[in-house]
Design a protein around this ligand. Structure first.
Ligand code: PLP
Length: 418
């Protein structure tokens, strides 16, 4: 049997024709759906009828036909049985955690994750839902095993490529540990669509912030959950499902729009990665503190070579440590305001370059201690490389901005924060 190929999987999905034979699916904007005989309604409520069982729909917060197609496309992309979409990546994460856990349950999480997810786990869910999280270095498998044995969690939570430290999760090994302890492995694959397929390596649930690479134009906030049909159905259960009851519903117009961007996701990922590799290599040659999984010096380079599909490279993001907040700010200001190289903005996966200083932006929810533990220094600039302009034009701009900022001097931590 051929290994799973997400591009082939997506291409061999059933075509969804539009209402008049259109080559694109139609947008089903209705928020409520009729049935032809009254008996069907209670059957939908009891989960005996649904999109796959008789093509039955109920209400816009439950399955919507257009959103359901996008969910199936994402499931095809991730190689899972099912998938469904949400209004944001955060709502997908929160709904998955709450579906898998009850009050008093425990979660073991990687200590290097997106700041919003960290805040959700570390503070919000512990205060509001009595869910406790233990953060561990998930590269230390003995430490993960010990935390799992001690806390008996329902979930082991990781990002395939961590935000912003760009460490690669050994998904196969972590799935083994999680399953040995009776927990589900939940993987946020936002940084690596197409590059790696966590479910094929043993993950039980795969989450995406579709706001990033899958969207590609920084104009839509959206999320998705991919997993078994049983799990997705449980989240949509009319009486007990977290997506149905909390209601972070994706608008069908958004689903239609995102569906049109999936066919060129592969081309975009390849170009993001090609440029990121070029920039990271050149920065490394010049002696800058650059982190990129494609560099042989990266601690997880060999793991990334094993897990990632070569045609999509090592991702569109690298970090450069400018060794102080002041230098990082000056560097980004020059690149945005003088050169129009890119934008000082959070988020990633945009066609233009986005730059942010993680410690004072997306990771600012983390305490100084957590930042230090996660290796996020005050001058760390996360760069999501776009593909506008020519490579040489962009490289000249970056090289010049680095020259303007001047050589890095290693500073003690207190000075680096200024
Ligand atoms: N997961 C990761 C890795 C992220 O970087 C982000 C946002 O930056 C999210 C989840 C949250 O996604 P959203 O902003 O779509 O809610």
């Amino acid at each position: 049997m051929n290994p799973f190929n997400p591009i082939e999987s997506l291409a061999s999905m059933r075509h969804e024709f539009g209402e008049h034979g259109g080559v694109n699916m139609s947008i089903e904007a209705s928020t409520t759906f009729t049935v032809m005989d009254a008996e069907t309604m209670p059957q939908i409520f009891h989960g005996q009828r649904g999109p796959e069982a008789g093509g039955c729909y109920l209400y816009g917060r439950h399955f919507n036909p257009t959103v359901y197609v996008l969910g199936r496309q994402l499931a095809a992309l991730e190689g899972t049985e099912s998938g469904y979409c949400t209004a944001s990546g955060m709502s997908a994460i929160a709904a998955v955690l709450l579906q898998l856990c009850d009050s008093g349950d425990h979660i073991v999480s990687s200590s290097t994750i997106y700041g919003g997810t960290f805040a959700l786990l570390n503070d919000y869910l512990s205060r509001k839902a009595n869910l406790r999280t233990t953060f561990v270095d998930t590269h230390d498998h003995d430490a993960v095993d010990a935390a799992m044995a001690e806390h008996r969690p329902k979930i082991l939570y990781v990002e395939s490529l961590s935000n912003p430290t760009l460490r690669v999760a050994d998904i196969r090994a972590l799935a083994g540990i999680a399953h040995r302890h009776g927990a589900a492995l939940v993987v946020d694959n936002t940084f690596c669509p197409l590059m790696v397929s966590p479910a094929q390596l043993g993950a039980d649930v795969v989450i995406h912030s579709l706001t990033k690479f899958i969207n590609g134009a920084s104009d839509i906030v959206a999320g998705a959950v991919c997993g078994s049909t049983q799990f997705i159905s449980s989240m949509m259960d009319v009486h007990t499902g977290s997506l149905m009851l909390m209601g972070p519903t994706m608008d069908p117009k958004v689903a239609h729009e995102l569906s049109l961007r999936l066919p060129h996701l592969g081309i975009r990922m390849t170009e993001h990665s090609r440029r990121a590799m070029l920039f990271a290599s050149r920065l490394h040659e010049l002696g800058h503190s650059v982190v990129y999984p494609g560099l042989p010096t990266h601690p997880d380079h060999e793991l990334a070579r094993r897990l990632f599909r070569p045609e999509f490279g090592f991702g569109g993001i690298f970090t450069i440590d400018m060794h102080s907040k002041a230098r990082a700010f000056r560097f980004m200001e020059l690149l945005q305001n003088r050169d129009r190289f890119g934008y000082m903005a959070v988020s990633l996966g945009y066609f233009d370059t986005l730059m942010s200083c993680s410690a004072s932006s997306t990771a600012s929810e983390m305490t100084d201690e957590a930042l230090q533990r996660a290796g996020i220094s005050p001058g760390l600039v996360r760069v999501s490389i776009g593909y506008t302009g020519t490579v040489e034009q962009r490289w000249t701009q970056m090289e010049d901005a680095l020259r303007q900022v001047g050589p890095a001097i290693e500073l003690p931590l207190a000075a680096a924060c200024q």
